[in-house]
Design a protein around this ligand. Structure first.
Ligand SMILES: NC(=O)c1ccc[n+]([C@@H]2O[C@H](COP(=O)([O-])OP(=O)(O)OC[C@H]3O[C@@H](n4cnc5c(N)ncnc54)[C@H](OP(=O)(O)O)[C@@H]3O)[C@@H](O)[C@H]2O)c1
Length: 345
């Protein structure tokens, strides 16, 4: 072998090593646009961490992004996908002191998932987009914990001021975040009132600890909340839906109550309640999670809740293998599940 062909061979070996399987999409559409492909693995650069992915937690945000209906758009062709994963650190870049190879970590969604998407066998993220996995938590549990519970904690407790004895109206209560919100409310000593569109998930929501379930498709939300609260109204609403229905969510509160909106599952314009005074906050986990102190408080709440058994992810279904991501997205699009969908890698 000549020197130049030997160099080429070494370069080729390096190129093969510096690749990973990842989910990409080249056009907007349904679950079928998702493809598992070999992609180059650059880094970790300064301040970054390379980790091996063991499990991925799915979020509605990813189905919306894939379909071009999220609040920012993918760069096509070749967009990545995925906010939430649990794995093990393989290498750290220059300047990273808080993680070492072998550490069990989970991602915190404070990044552009079209670029850094964690639907992959290996992923590189800025160090501040990772936290240590809770003591003893396995990969599936960890992949399903952060976005659900830190959103429920941050949105209801820190932003919404949820206090023991309060009634809280939780819309889209069967969702990943909604199921975490039910358990978070119970941990605080509040009374969770779960809202679902139909009847199919009523029993499951009661099993999960909802004190009351309202089927928005067939029951009057305001009347039901007033009945449950002895005519007063609830102190807090934690709303993932928005749209024209947001007016009724506000009407169901005590005067001076608080509504925290964190999602717009109904993309129609939001209609405001005139049940004033009323405080309305928009909550963003991505923005809050950029703050190290917030990450520590969320991690402490989640860790202590897991350790005591008060908090645990509600896993709707686990799919084995990255190539099952299309099936996992089909389930997400069906909206027939309760809790969090996970893909193991
Ligand atoms: N701001 C933040 O930081 C933040 C963080 C996490 C999630 N989010 C947002 O929160 C929302 C929920 O996310 P997720 O991942 O927890 O959801 P998910 O697990 O996919 O659950 C969605 C559930 O919401 C209910 N729903 C109510 N109205 C709906 C509608 N118009 N279209 C579809 N589903 C509807 C459905 O349950 P029923 O059939 O029982 O009604 C559905 O199963 C999304 O909008 C997401 O982008 C925001």
């Amino acid at each position: 072998m000549t020197t130049s062909s030997a160099v080429k061979a070494v370069t080729a070996v390096k190129a093969v090593k510096a690749a990973t399987k990842a989910v990409l999409f080249h056009e907007l559409g349904g679950p079928e646009v998702l493809q598992v492909e070999d992609v180059p693995l650059a880094g970790p650069g300064p301040g970054e961490v390379l980790f091996r992915v063991e499990a991925i937690g799915l979020n509605r945000a990813e189905a919306l992004f894939r379909a071009g209906r999220y609040y920012y758009q993918p760069t096509l062709p070749g967009s990545r996908l995925g906010y939430e994963a649990a794995g093990v650190v393989e290498r750290v870049g220059e300047g990273v002191t808080e993680f070492s190879p072998g550490d069990a970590v989970m991602s915190v969604p404070a990044f552009d998932f079209g670029v850094h998407g964690v639907y992959a066998e290996r992923a590189v993220l800025p160090a501040e987009s990772l936290v240590r996995r809770p003591e003893g938590a396995d990969a599936v549990t960890s992949a399903a914990m952060w976005l659900t519970y830190s959103t429920a904690y941050g949105g209801m407790v820190e932003t919404g001021g949820l206090a023991p004895g309060d009634h809280v109206v939780i819309t889209a209560a069967s969702s990943g975040v909604g199921t975490a919100a039910i358990r978070t409310a119970l941990r605080i000593g509040a009374v969770p009132i779960a809202v679902t569109r139909g009847e199919a998930k009523r029993e499951r929501l009661l099993e999960l600890g909802a004190a009351h379930v309202i089927s928005a498709g067939s029951e009057d939300l305001v009347k039901e909340v007033k009945r449950i609260t002895g005519g007063r109204g609830a102190e807090l609403a934690f709303d993932a839906v928005g749209g024209p229905g947001f007016a009724a969510v506000g009407d169901a509160l005590v005067p001076g109550g608080t509504a925290v909106i964190y999602g717009t599952l109904d993309r129609r314009p939001v209609e405001l309640s005139m049940n004033w005074p009323l405080a309305v906050h928009g909550y963003s986990n991505g923005a809050h999670s950029r703050d190290a102190a917030y990450r520590r408080r969320s991690a402490a709440f989640i860790g202590s809740g897991l350790a005591s058994g008060a908090l645990a992810p509600v896993i709707a279904e686990t799919f084995d293998g990255l190539e099952r991501v299309t099936d996992a997205h089909r389930l997400m699009d069906s909206s027939t599940f309760t809790g969090k969908i996970v893909v193991t890698v």
